[in-house]
Design a protein around this ligand. Structure first.
Ligand SMILES: [Zn+2]
Length: 168
């Protein structure tokens, strides 16, 4: 995650970045503003490195563009995921795992297109192709398309977003 953070338009010092891991089986992630991000246990369990990179680039893009989801947490559960994120985020003393379910307002479709495009920019600056974002969105559609919940509920319009990215 750190290489992506350093390629934002407004790079945040890593000391200001907080990633909170929700004990939520659905695949989801959110930017809560101020360098605060949420990822779910479902995402960490099911995503491969490329998918995780794509999701984080997309969420960092939301943050960079000032899109704030009013994310909140409900419920209680176990803290897990610390070891996984330790591999992603050097200096994971900054991580704050918390229990509960991620509840976030959905972003608008316009915000989704903007975050996809800007996420591709951030990936490119860090040396990755736009295929990372296309593959990530395709995976989200295939993995959670039937459930109607999680990432697709809070980040609408995935097939259209894939088509838009292919035209870039
Ligand atoms: Zn989004």
């Amino acid at each position: 995650m750190a290489p992506l953070v350093s390629h934002m338009n407004n790079p945040r010092p890593l000391s200001q970045v907080r990633v909170r891991i929700m004990d939520d089986p659905q695949i989801n992630a959110a930017s809560a503003g101020g360098g605060e991000f949420y990822v779910t246990r479902g995402l960490l369990e099911k995503a491969n490195d490329e998918h995780l990179r794509g999701v984080l680039a997309h969420e960092l893009a939301h943050d960079d563009l000032g899109h704030v989801a009013k994310a909140q947490t409900l419920g209680a559960g176990l803290n897990i995921g610390m070891i996984l994120l330790d591999q992603i985020f050097p200096g994971s003393g900054k991580l704050t795992p918390i229990a509960g379910v991620l509840v976030a307002n959905s972003y608008s479709r316009q915000e989704e297109y903007e975050a996809d495009r800007h996420g591709v920019d951030i990936l490119a600056r860090a040396g990755y192709s736009k295929a990372v974002m296309i593959n990530t969105l395709t995976w989200l559609l295939q993995t959670s398309g039937g459930s109607g919940g999680g990432m697709l509920a809070t980040h609408p319009g995935t097939q259209e977003r894939i088509d838009a990215l292919k035209k870039l």
